[in-house]
Design a binder for this molecule. Structure first.
Ligand SMILES: [Zn+2]
Length: 158
């Protein structure tokens, strides 16, 4: 078990000193299949970033990149993830690996509800304090289509 763990770390380059890498230019950007990590409720940055980093490292290894320069994330407006903390935790967890120093580019996904009565989908403005009612039929019954999810959209790597 211990042996296996060591090997994995080696694969991910966690033992490699960051100074070995020099960011010269962006050679390629590759897309990831939108990978939804978790559709959760109360979320805290550290475990979230940990799972995001795992996805990043796996795709980086699969694509044989030397260094991850930026990670584009799609984060729902309803999630309690704050940009500042996400970057700080990422810096901390990625230290010494191939994603060390990568910049997080965070894009927010709007909150979309689907009316339970007429199935109309609508974007909810979180700044408005009005009760959520369907703009089509006025129903207050609805379910969440998106807004809580977070996933890695793509990576910039060299
Ligand atoms: Zn409706």
């Amino acid at each position: 078990m211990k042996k296996r763990k060591m090997k994995r770390n080696k694969e991910f380059g966690l033992f490699t000193k960051p100074s070995r890498f020099k960011v010269k230019k962006l050679v390629r950007t590759f897309s990831l299949v939108s990978e939804c990590l978790q559709k959760g409720f109360a979320m805290h940055e550290l475990p979230v970033i940990n799972s995001i980093l795992k996805v990043v490292l796996r795709h980086a290894v699969d694509n044989k990149v030397k260094k991850v320069v930026a990670v584009h994330l799609q984060v729902g407006e309803l999630s309690d993830l704050e940009d500042k903390w996400m970057q700080q935790y990422f810096d901390y967890l990625a230290k010494g690996g191939i994603a060390d120093g990568a910049r997080l580019v965070i894009e927010r996904t709007p909150v979309v509800m689907k009316c339970s009565d007429c199935e109309f989908s609508y974007v909810v403005d979180l700044k408005q304090e009005k009760a959520m009612v369907c703009p089509e039929c006025g129903s207050e019954k609805s379910s969440l289509l998106s807004g809580r999810e977070y996933f890695v959209k793509n990576l910039e790597a060299i």
